[in-house]
Write a protein that binds this ligand. Structure first.
Ligand SMILES: Cc1ncc(COP(=O)(O)O)c(C=O)c1O
Length: 439
């Protein structure tokens, strides 16, 4: 049996590509802002994590250019050996001070932080306890650890207590997303802290989507709840509000020191390039100096949450700039809805099982402080139109109309099309019923 056999059998994505509903790997040919160009067409972006819009801030760009001029483009080595610059040390100190912890260390991605920290800390005989909807990188960290991994129901504190009680006598680490990346809700940190104290567990919060967003000063979930002293480890990624890439872990000096010597994803990978370090450093300054960005983000969040609810969409538990829109009806339907939105000028991402339960497939929308009112109106308008078209919200007027699915097979060789056409026809019927017809 050929190990590649599974690759040859995997045809779903190719079918979706041929039908023109494939939503992934779309090449953007402009900067990451609220409006981009994709394949020559303008789209309003509703799927970015650039919450404060800092990727295009002149000071951030300038700092990166300056860093390249001074240090070049890469460190070509790990932090551990030849890849540490003075600016790595400086930005770590700056972040630790910002977040209110003794020490911090910088990894090359947020994924590396979760992988490296969890696997370094959770050894044989230890238990790592995670929320069922925690980010995949947390799961990967758990898988790499030698400890036992136990999950509790999403944000369900009774279930967390059940797990804590069961492992009362073991060393424990609870790891939760501060803001859940697909659902946009906030973890119940006050209760997690109470239970952790009672059952003698440590807490690590992944603030990937909270930094710059939650808290009076944008310091994340712990600040939001006034629990800065009660969270042992704060993880953030620099790939969202910090307009860069990379990730930090912050906590007590001894713990961070240990992580620096045992986290394999820190030791065995090259360090963050200078331009990215400089972008992080200036972004931290801007978060402190321009609180109006966060205020605008929250104004937008409230407006969009209300807007979608008023239209009749189900936004699940969202409380933040991440606003999921429940579509349901399976993968094909979500792809088709995404494609229709895209044709209308809105770029948003589908979320499929296992990230969400079967039948509760979503489109994850997210907002930035730099979205204009006109862009937001446009997005709501297009969601309303497409939502009715697919009977996701009431008031559908499109039922039974012939709608052209423009690009079917546009860019695929005849040979490939004929190979998949039978499967594709069946697939199309499942998605569109009789509502969509090809040219
Ligand atoms: C909650 C959460 N944690 C960790 C990560 C990984 O971060 P990075 O993109 O820096 O690898 C992400 C990225 O999407 C995330 O959403």
């Amino acid at each position: 049996m050929d190990i590649f056999a599974k690759c040859y059998k995997f045809t779903d994505a190719k079918k979706a590509q041929m039908m023109g509903v494939y939503p992934y790997f779309k090449p953007i040919s402009t900067a990451q802002t609220s409006e981009v160009i994709i394949n020559g067409e303008r789209k309003i972006v509703c799927c970015s994590n650039n919450y404060l819009g800092l990727t295009i801030h002149p000071r951030v760009k300038e700092a990166s250019i300056k860093a390249i001029k001074k240090y070049g483009t890469s460190c070509t080595g790990s932090r551990f050996l030849s890849g540490s610059l003075d600016i790595h040390d400086e930005v770590e100190k700056k972040f630790a001070k910002f977040i209110g912890k003794e020490s911090a260390t910088l990894f090359t991605t947020g994924h590396h932080v979760n992988q490296g920290v969890i696997s370094a800390l959770v050894g044989r005989g230890d238990v790592v306890i995670t929320d069922k909807l925690d980010h995949a990188s947390i799961l990967d960290g758990c898988r790499l650890s030698y400890g036992e991994m136990v999950r509790f129901k999403h944000n369900d504190m009774e279930d967390l207590e059940r797990v804590l009680k069961k492992y009362e006598d073991k060393p424990k680490l609870i790891v939760v997303d501060g803001v859940f990346s697909m659902e946009g809700d906030i973890c119940n940190l006050p209760e997690i802290v109470r239970l952790a104290k009672f059952y003698n567990s440590r807490i690590m919060v992944d603030d990937a989507h909270s930094l710059g967003v939650l808290g009076r000063n944008g310091r994340g979930t712990a600040e939001h709840f006034g629990l800065e002293l009660d969270v042992d480890l704060i993880m953030v990624t620099a790939s969202k509000s910090l307009a860069s890439i990379g990730g930090f872990i912050a906590g007590r000096e001894e713990v961070v020191h240990y992580i620096k010597h045992f986290a394999r994803s820190l030791i065995f990978t090259a360090s963050l390039p200078p331009a990215q370090v400089a972008a992080i450093s200036v972004s931290l300054d801007i978060i402190e100096e321009e609180p109006e960005r966060r205020e605008r983000l929250w104004e937008i969040t409230n407006r969009m949450l209300q807007g979608f609810k008023d239209l009749g969409f189900n936004t699940r538990y969202s409380q933040t700039p991440i606003i999921p829109i429940v579509i349901g009806g399976g993968l094909q339907k979500v792809f088709a809805v995404c494609r229709s939105l895209f044709d209308e000028g809105v770029f948003a991402s589908p979320v499929l099982p296992p990230a969400v339960p079967e039948g509760e497939e979503l489109i994850r929308t997210s907002y930035m402080a730099i979205h204009t009112d006109e862009q937001l109106e446009f997005v709501l308008d297009k969601f309303a139109k497409v939502g009715r078209q697919f009977d996701i919200i009431p008031g559908g007027t499109y039922k039974g109309k012939r709608i052209k699915l423009k690009s079917l097979k546009r860019s695929y060789p005849r040979r490939m099309v004929s190979k998949f056409v039978l499967g594709t026809k069946k697939w199309m019927k499942e998605i569109f019923g009789n509502r969509f017809t090809k040219k």
